[in-house]
Every structure is written in structure tokens, then in C-alpha cells.
Design a protein around this ligand. Structure first.
Ligand code: ADP
Length: 558
């Protein structure tokens, strides 16, 4: 399409150029014709000057007047015969005022022809009288004559105003010699042609030809003097034009090719790539285009970003759906587990309480056994609480139950450490001491610590110790649980407290639901506290909990 339009435009320009060149040649030829015609006309006039002089500027008018009266032969021989020789004429005739031929003089050349005196009619004499002098051409047998006629007046009347005393007629032969002479003077190809052969000027190829009419005494063109010549440089000009045209055409062709190649490279190829990538919804083909410094490069970059975003959104959507599915399954499982665990755990608690009561009834108040039974009941309470939490979590709810009371922080922590020690091979070490009475929920604080210890022992299978520290500082009680296990990568640390989050590095080797830390965080948040972790991969982790110290009287105001 583009190619055809460009070719059409170029073709149009070439045709216009060709027409203009032809027009230019035509103008040059017409100019040449006008100039040459003016020149030839001047030469003809110059050629005829002597005859004109003989007919008008004759020096012996008084004698001529006298001759018309006396017919003095001496005068005629001396003046008229020599006059035609000097003025290069071929004939001279004297008529009296009645139109009677008085004298005839003929040149040697003319004698060889059948030239006779021009026969003048009454009307012709009147015309000469009126015009004082006339010029015309006359065909006489095979001769063609240029004739000039004037009135004969006295010498003191140079304007021939006076009454004519006779008529003075001179002529010369327009013979071959005349034509040859004119030809060599003008450098043109000169011919005298009959009137029917046409007298039009013409320009043909590199030839110019023009004509002058030769009219008889009545003004009818009887012959034409035709001159023709070649304007040779027009031909070389035309060749030059053709060469220019060829160069121009080649330049146009080159221009079209360059434009097409540029269009193909800069517009069509990038467009095809872009359309292809949109069609296939793949950014691969755009990669090379992004390096282009053109607008298409920018467009390709934008499209790449668009495709990447689209892929990311699709991936996120997929992961979200997958996660929702897994969470739903987890929820269903948790709900089932909570339901199935509830009654056996409640039965174990009843049995333990029953065992305690039976022993005390029977007076077997062994301190160690009583303590262990209490611990069993406490653990079962914890398990019941856990089952409640599981049920809550499985329903997607986040609220936990809290029962507040006043207690010594260190005692509850140490008790929890002692209980945890039963279910682990790690050595649990208690350090420091907060020495603080707090008003809080000892069960939940115990649950919080139990979760942290469980994680500490779980994620340090090759270590032997877990350290639990308490302290009191700036109105807060601090609790730290340190292990020497696998540690946590920095990018995972910020997500640990989210529900169901599990660090990718532990997912395969350690079982778990990803719920424990979210419950710990919930408990901390409930008391207005903070929790954070410091850890190094492969070296271990420390979980820090800071809880504001709240006294009983402060809480009761709530
Ligand atoms: P779970 O232990 O069941 O996976 P948690 O909520 O208790 O769930 O812990 C969340 C995640 O935090 C764990 O999966 C683990 O990646 C990381 N984590 C918790 N405690 C530790 C620890 N002491 N050492 C290393 N990683 C830990």
C-alpha cells in the first residue's frame, strides 16, 4: 500500500518533470525562432537597401524631369544605365506622367532572361502617386522580381510632395544568386517557395523555420521567402535534461527504497512484534524491542511491566485461592479435632479429680502424689483451654477468654518451667527474677510461656538448653526465652506472629500449624504488651515479651 502510493507520487513527479523539460525546450526554440527571424529580416532589408536608394534617393531628379520632357538620350545612357550597375539593380524604367514607357535599362544578367518592363495599370500609377514610393514583387515568366517605384519630382522636393512629372521604376531579380547570397549572409537554409506551400513559422524537434511573405502590387502573397536552421544546442540540452531526469529518477527510487526500509525497520517490525505479543499474551518477543531508543522501545518497556504485573497478580490470585482452600481445610480439621478431644479430656479431668478426692478420703495424703495430681489437673485445664482456643481459631474468631487475678509473676513462670521440664529432654534454665506482683491471667501467661518453650525446644533439636529469664524494668515485666537452635531468617521474622505463618525453611522438617505464636501475640496485645524476636540463622533465637505491670487497684477502675 505504502509502496504503491510512494511509487505513484514519484511517477507523477517524473512525468511533471518530463513535461516541464519539454516545455522549456519549446520556449528556447521559440526564442531562437524570434531572434533568427529578426536577424534575417534585417539582412533582407540591408540587401534591398541599394534598390531602395536607387528608387528614392536618386541624385539627378531635375535631369530626370527634363528627360521626361526632352528624352535626352545622353542623360539616359550616362545616368540610368550606369545607375543600375552601381546600385546593383537589374532593370530600370522611366514612364511619363501619362504612364507611357519612355526608357528601359537592363543589366547584363537580366538580358539573359525574359525580363520586360512591368506593365502598370492606371490604378497602379495612382497608387504610386499616392504613396510616393512603393515596393512589391512581380512574377514574370520564370523570373521573380523585387520592384520599387517612385514618382519623378524636381530635386528641391525630396519628400515627393509635388505633382509627379513621371514614374521611376527599378527592379532586381530574386534569382539563385540572390538566394545563395542571402544564405551565406544569414547562415540559414533559404528558399523561395510558392504561396500554396504555406508561410507559417514552425518549431519541430531542434529545427526552426520561418517565412516572409512576398506580396504583389495588390498586396497578395504570391511567394514566401523561407529560412530554416537547426538549433543544435537544443539537442544537447535535451540529452542533458534526460540525464538529469535519469539521475532524478534514480534518486527518487533510492529515496523510496530508503523510506521503505526505514518504515519497515522503525515502524512495521516493532508494530508486528507488539501485535504478536498482545495476540499471544507473551512478553518474550518484546525483550529485544525494549533496547530500541525509539518510542516503541518505551512502549515495549511499558508493555513488559504490564505483562509482569499481570503475571504477578495472577500468581497472587492463585496463591490466595490456594491459601483460602488450605485454611478452610485446616479450620475443618481443627474444628473436628477440638470436638473429638473435648470429651476424653474432660473425662480425664473428672478421673484425676476423682482420684484426688478418693486418696484424701482414704487418708492417703502423700504430698508428692497430691502435687502430681494437681499438676495433672492443671495440665488438663490447659489442654481444655487449648481445645477452646482451637475451636475459636477454627471458627475464624480471634477472641480469647481471660480470667484476671493477682499473682507473683516469677512464681507462675517458674511453675510453668517446672511443668514443661517433664515433657522435654532439654535442660530448662530459669534466670533472673522480676519479683513483681501483677494483676493478670496466670493461665494465659502460662500458656504464652508454654508456647515459647515448646517452640524453643522444637526448633533446637541438636541443642541441650533453653533459658527462661524474667526481669522488671520501667514499669514492665520482661520475659525472655532463648534457644540455640535453627534460628529465623530476617525476612521471616516480621511474619512469625501472623496466623498460620510458618517459615519456609522449617516447613519440611518440623510439624506444626502456625498458630502458637499468633495466640502468644494475641495474649500480649490483650495486656497492652509487646513481643519481638532477635535471631540469627543457625545460632538460635530469643523471644522477648514485655508486659506492663498492672496492680489490682488500677485494673478495678476499668
Ligand atoms: P508452628 O511452630 O506450629 O509452626 P508457631 O506459630 O508456633 O507455629 O510458629 C510460627 C513459625 O515461627 C514456625 O513455623 C517457625 O518457622 C517459627 N519459629 C517459632 N519459634 C521458633 C524458634 N524458637 N526457632 C526457630 N523458628 C521458630
Amino acid at each position: 500500500m505504502v509502496l504503491s502510493v510512494l511509487t505513484l507520487i514519484m511517477g507523477g513527479i517524473l512525468v511533471v518533470q518530463y513535461i516541464l523539460d519539454a516545455h522549456r525546450s519549446h520556449i528556447i526554440l521559440n526564442n531562437e525562432l524570434a531572434q533568427r527571424k529578426a536577424y534575417v529580416s534585417q539582412i533582407i532589408n540591408l540587401e534591398g537597401k541599394s534598390l531602395a536608394a536607387l528608387s528614392r534617393d536618386y541624385s539627378f531628379w531635375d535631369e530626370m524631369v527634363d528627360f521626361t520632357k526632352t528624352k535626352n538620350q545622353a542623360f539616359s545612357k550616362n545616368n540610368i544605365d550606369t545607375g543600375i550597375d552601381i546600385y546593383n539593380a537589374d532593370g530600370a524604367w522611366v514612364y511619363d506622367k501619362a504612364g507611357t514607357l519612355l526608357y528601359t535599362a537592363t543589366s547584363e544578367d537580366a538580358k539573359k532572361t525574359d525580363m520586360v518592363a512591368p506593365s502598370l495599370r492606371e490604378s497602379d500609377f495612382s497608387r504610386i502617386k499616392e504613396a510616393k514610393a512603393i515596393r512589391y514583387y512581380l512574377k514574370q515568366g520564370r523570373n521573380l522580381l523585387e520592384v520599387r517605384a517612385a514618382t519623378i519630382v524636381s530635386g528641391d522636393d525630396p519628400e515627393h510632395r509635388g505633382v509627379p512629372q513621371g514614374y521611376w521604376v527599378v527592379a532586381r531579380l530574386l534569382d539563385k544568386e540572390y538566394v545563395n547570397n542571402l544564405q551565406s549572409l544569414t547562415g540559414q537554409d533559404v528558399n523561395i517557395v510558392p504561396a500554396r506551400d504555406g508561410g507559417k513559422d514552425s518549431v519541430n524537434g531542434e529545427k526552426v523555420s520561418f517565412a516572409f511573405p512576398l506580396s504583389d502590387i495588390d498586396g497578395r502573397s504570391i511567394y514566401y521567402l523561407r529560412a530554416a536552421s537547426q538549433v543544435t544546442y537544443v539537442n544537447s540540452l535535451a540529452t542533458q535534461y534526460q540525464r538529469d531526469l535519469l539521475v532524478f529518477a534514480l534518486s527518487c527510487l533510492l529515496f523510496v527504497i530508503v523510506i521503505l526500509l526505514a518504515l519497515r525497520r522503525l515502524v512495521l517490525q516493532p508494530l508486528t512484534l507488539i501485535i504478536e505479543s498482545i495476540y499471544q499474551q507473551k512478553p518474550d518477543s518484546l525483550l529485544r524491542l525494549t533496547r530500541s531508543p525509539t518510542e516503541f522501545g518505551d512502549l515495549a518497556k511499558t508493555m513488559m511491566t504490564f505483562f509482569e504485573q499481570k503475571a504477578r497478580i495472577a500468581k497472587e490470585e492463585y496463591e490466595k485461592t490456594e491459601l483460602q482452600k488450605i485454611n478452610k481445610e485446616k479450620g475443618a480439621f481443627l474444628s473436628l479435632a477440638a470436638h473429638e478431644l473435648a470429651s476424653p479430656v474432660s473425662n480425664v479431668r473428672t478421673f484425676a479429680e476423682f482420684l484426688g478426692m478418693t486418696l484424701s478420703k482414704e487418708g492417703k495424703n502423700d504430698e508428692t502424689i497430691t502435687l502430681q495430681i494437681k499438676r495433672i489437673i492443671a495440665q488438663i485445664k490447659r489442654v481444655s483451654m487449648l481445645i477452646d482456643d482451637l475451636r475459636t481459631a477454627s471458627q475464624g474468631r480471634a477472641d480469647l477468654n481471660f480470667n484476671l487475678e493477682k499473682f507473683n509473676f516469677d512464681v507462675v513462670i517458674q511453675e510453668e518451667v517446672a511443668q514443661a521440664a517433664f515433657s522435654t529432654e532439654h535442660e530448662l534454665i530459669f534466670e533472673g527474677g522480676a519479683s513483681q506482683e501483677v494483676y493478670s491471667d496466670p493461665e494465659r501467661i502460662g500458656q504464652l510461656l508454654s508456647n515459647l518453650i515448646r517452640n524453643a525446644t522444637k526448633y533446637s533439636p541438636d541443642a541441650h538448653q533453653v533459658i527462661v529469664r524474667t526481669a522488671a524494668r520501667n514499669g514492665e515485666v520482661l520475659l525472655e526465652v532463648q534457644d540455640f537452635g535453627v534460628g529465623i531468617a530476617p525476612e521471616d521474622q516480621e511474619h512469625l506472629f501472623e496466623k498460620y505463618y510458618r517459615a519456609p525453611s522449617v516447613r519440611d522438617d518440623f510439624k506444626g500449624l502456625g498458630l502458637g505464636l499468633s495466640i502468644v501475640k494475641q495474649i500480649t496485645d490483650h495486656f497492652g504488651g509487646r513481643i519481638w524476636v532477635t535471631s540469627e540463622l543457625g545460632k538460635g533465637s530469643v523471644f522477648h515479651v514485655a508486659l506492663p505491670i498492672v496492680h489490682e487497684n488500677e485494673k478495678s477502675g476499668e
